[in-house]
Design a protein around this ligand. Structure first.
Ligand SMILES: *[C@@H]1O[C@H](CO)[C@@H](O)[C@H](O)[C@H]1NC(C)=O
Ligand SMILES: *[C@@H]1O[C@H](CO)[C@@H](O)[C@H](O)[C@H]1NC(C)=O
Length: 348
């Protein structure tokens, strides 16, 4: 029987190969191939938890794309520890749980294609200016560290080897980035959960879509604190044990924000309607386990896209076409739409 050529090609295209290959003792290296004639491949190297005294850099295959070095007690990162052959092709790197206190100025500079970096569960208090400069990072996890301040400087970019501090204070980002021949900041996701930040860091100029600041000792959120993060879609400000006040217009400028998590903030007792001004796209608001137990009367006029609000303990409000018989009307959204809550007689 002769199989038609197209059928053979289809079979080849459908098969996704995965092969284990030789690598450094204690590590696990796996190659995943995709596409017709295996034209694409990814090499994943897992060197977690290798035990004390492992010399760095650990040798890895030349075409490694994903490297997991978590839980290796690496300590301070020197300029050479991540500079071996194979490191230049990395797309993602996991350095979590490594007792990292310090990262030397050029420790990451060889990682020219790095998009995802996990530095969570370390002891970082600060990063050298330009520490991430020139890396095409889109996702950085710095959760569970000891940052008291976080500075934009770490993302600033070098031109011709000279560090340039990107001045974003007057919205000069566009002119700066065009002079860098398209080398713009790509950071879309930043996770600063469980640090020691006492105020919202100034992140103006980063095209962030996801920002997580949960579990920081932030007591006040000031008007305009997030004003320049116009690309933000998801903002989590949960478990801020000290949070007492969110000033009016704090979220102004976040016209693309869809999800706002303010849950588990027990000291936050009230919210003025103007807190929500400018949140034109907000669909989900989580106030579960917060001190806020009632919604300001006319807040809905500021939230034209809202679909769901979670309030207090287990009270869920959602947008409905018309008022249900046992539902309490909170406010008029459109002519025939109201926000209804599922607990009869809830004090709202
Ligand atoms: C941020 O970090 C926390 C704690 O490590 C984790 O639970 C959460 O999933 C992370 N969020 C994102 C968006 O990566
Ligand atoms: C709202 O927040 C609570 C407490 O943090 C969490 O358990 C719940 O999953 C959140 N709900 C949604 C829909 O995100």
């Amino acid at each position: 029987m002769v199989l038609p050529l197209w059928f053979v090609l289809l079979l080849l295209a459908a098969v996704q190969c995965s092969a284990v290959r030789n690598c450094y003792p204690g590590c696990h290296c796996e190659v995943e191939s995709f596409g017709l004639f295996d034209s694409f491949s990814l090499t994943r190297v897992d060197c977690r938890n290798l035990g004390p005294g492992t010399a760095m850099p650990i040798p890895i295959p030349l075409d490694t794309t994903h490297l997991d070095l978590s839980s290796n007690s690496m300590g301070p990162l020197s300029d050479t520890m991540l500079a071996g052959p194979g490191y230049t092709t990395l797309v993602s790197l996991d350095l979590s749980s490594n007792h990292v206190r310090k990262i030397s100025q050029n420790a990451l500079s060889k990682l020219r294609y790095l998009e995802t970096l996990d530095l969570s569960h370390n002891s970082l208090q600060s990063l050298a200016p330009n520490c991430f400069s020139g890396l095409p990072l889109t996702e950085v996890d710095l959760s569970h560290n000891s940052f008291q301040h976080f500075d934009m400087d770490v993302f600033s970019t070098k031109v011709n080897g000279e560090p340039v501090s990107v001045d974003l204070s007057h919205n000069k980002l566009e002119s700066v980035s065009s002079s860098l021949h398209g080398r713009v900041l790509h950071i879309q996701s930043l996770n600063l959960t469980a640090n020691r930040l006492s105020s919202i860091p100034n992140l103006a100029g980063i095209p962030l879509r996801y920002l997580n600041l949960d579990g920081n000792p932030i007591a006040y959120i000031k008007e305009g604190a997030l004003a320049q993060l116009k690309d933000l879609v998801y903002l989590s400000l949960s478990s801020l044990g000290e949070l007492q006040e969110i000033e009016a217009h704090s979220f102004k400028g976040l016209q693309g924000l869809q999800v706002l998590d303010l849950s588990n903030n027990p000291k936050l007792k009230t919210l003025s309607p103007a807190v929500f001004s400018g949140l034109d796209s907000l669909q989900e608001l989580n106030l579960s386990m917060s001190g806020v137990t009632s919604l300001p009367m006319n807040m809905l006029s500021h939230l034209p896209s809202i679909k769901s609000i979670i309030l207090g303990q287990g009270v869920h409000c959602w947008r409905t076409q018309k008022q249900g018989q046992f539902h309490r009307q909170l406010g008029q959204l459109q002519h025939d739409e109201v926000l209804s809550c599922d607990v009869q007689g809830a004090v709202l």
